[in-house]
Write a protein that binds this ligand. Structure first.
Ligand SMILES: NC(=O)c1ccc[n+]([C@@H]2O[C@H](COP(=O)([O-])OP(=O)(O)OC[C@H]3O[C@@H](n4cnc5c(N)ncnc54)[C@H](OP(=O)(O)O)[C@@H]3O)[C@@H](O)[C@H]2O)c1
Length: 117
């Protein structure tokens, strides 16, 4: 008689995925899902405390947190990415969830509002 075996819908064992915006919302839930599927997750956001708390609760091992401001430190991204990939295995995925909500009437929007996003 065949035995029913539960399999993960997707096995990400051995994968290293960088998630921006991991300290909140969509990025945080995506990070949890990736870790449940077996990936090593590199958590990125500005709030180091929230990244640390998330990492502590993730299943699996090999996760890392990287506190980084993707807007203020825009020019350092290439150097920062090189450091991350040297310290970890090569990235096999990137999920970009960082962003800000801004409910600003279009007529009143300033270029600075767009730059923050
Ligand atoms: N939720 C929705 O239903 C929905 C629908 C459509 C589109 N979106 C868009 O999807 C994006 C994420 O939405 P969300 O609901 O997950 O928002 P959220 O809960 O506010 O999360 C935003 C994430 O972006 C990070 N972040 C913001 N500015 C950053 C910066 N300069 N450098 C690094 N990280 C930065 C924040 O981390 P720190 O504060 O730690 O830096 C946080 O982790 C937003 O752009 C939103 O407009 C959301």
């Amino acid at each position: 008689m065949a035995t029913a075996v539960f399999r993960k819908p997707l096995d990400l064992a051995g994968h290293v995925v960088l998630v921006t915006g991991a300290s909140s919302g969509i990025g945080r839930e995506t990070s949890r899902l990736l870790a449940e599927l077996g990936a090593h997750v590199i958590l990125v956001g500005r709030n180091a405390e929230r990244l640390r708390a998330l990492r502590a609760g993730l299943p699996g091992d090999g996760h890392a947190e990287e506190s980084f401001d993707l807007v203020a430190d825009l020019g350092f991204i290439p150097e920062w990415m090189k450091r991350i990939t040297q310290g970890n295995h090569p990235l096999t995925g990137l999920v970009h969830c960082a962003g800000v909500h801004a409910a600003v009437p279009l007529m009143g929007a300033k270029p600075q509002d767009c730059e923050k996003a």
